[in-house]
Write a protein that binds this ligand. Structure first.
Ligand code: BTN
Length: 231
């Protein structure tokens, strides 16, 4: 097990920025972020003191760039498995409950480390995002402890990360992910982030051994997937 060292602030600009000064095993948390960041240059809005905002620093060890590309999926499934609700993993690394987002992950490579930034709606979500967000409180019907959830996720992250270091993105890990795969079997439209091409549309066949999304026979390495009728 990784022995995590927590550094907590009441207010931060972004815990992923705080984590730049960290070393492997450090975890930066905050009750509030003034400029929380999401994937694809989105903002991450949260509600003061109600939710989990944390960035865990892990070493890349000897992992190749191809292998590191699968780490965000490992982080996503570690969160999904740690929660007491039947959540799914929406490629590349969101955690959803039914048709709404519960948590997001922003992984950033920094030298020999990877910063795993996690935003989870524990007791609230911004009102403006109510059509597409949910929280553990909303699902379970009562307030949840941010600290208990933080610790459950860190324990899960530790074991998934260590298994990934040893065995890679192997069949066992992929089978766990496949059970929670939100997009698999659905008709999706995926806007790729690496180029200006038209979105790829088709039935999602799941996640490949290199972490890419399989849609209509094509492999997609970076992008955002949409399902018709779901915001
Ligand atoms: C996404 O869904 O686009 C990813 C959201 C990641 C948000 C978390 S909150 C803690 C950490 N600090 C940040 O600024 N972002 C991540």
């Amino acid at each position: 097990m990784i022995k995590w060292k927590i550094h907590h602030k009441k207010e931060s600009v972004s815990t992923n920025l705080d984590a730049l000064a960290g070393k492997s095993g450090d975890v930066f948390t905050a009750d509030y972020q003034s400029a929380g960041r999401g994937r694809l240059d989105h903002k991450w809005e949260s509600v003061k003191g109600e939710n989990l905002m944390m960035s865990a620093v892990v070493a890349r060890e000897e992992a190749s760039p191809e292998k590191v590309a699968t780490l965000p999926l490992v982080a996503g499934v570690a969160i999904a498995e740690a929660l007491k609700v039947d959540s799914s993993l929406k490629w590349p690394n969101d955690v959803w409950y039914k048709n709404k987002k519960l948590a997001g992950v922003l992984c950033e490579r920094r030298g020999d480390n990877v910063i795993i930034g996690i935003g989870l709606n524990v007791n609230a979500y911004p009102i403006a995002l109510k059509d597409r967000s949910t929280s553990l409180k909303e699902i379970l019907g009562e307030r949840q402890s941010v600290i208990e959830i933080r610790d459950a996720i860190l324990a899960s992250l530790s074991s998934f990360y260590q298994a990934w270091l040893i065995r890679g993105f192997d069949e066992h890990l992929r089978a766990i992910i496949a059970k929670r795969d939100y997009l698999r079997g659905k008709t999706v439209s995926v806007r790729q982030t690496d180029d200006d091409s038209e979105p790829i549309e088709g039935v999602c066949e799941g996640i490949a051994e290199d972490g890419s999304l399989l849609v209509g026979g094509e492999r997609i390495y970076a992008g955002e997937a949409h399902i018709e009728g779901v915001r």
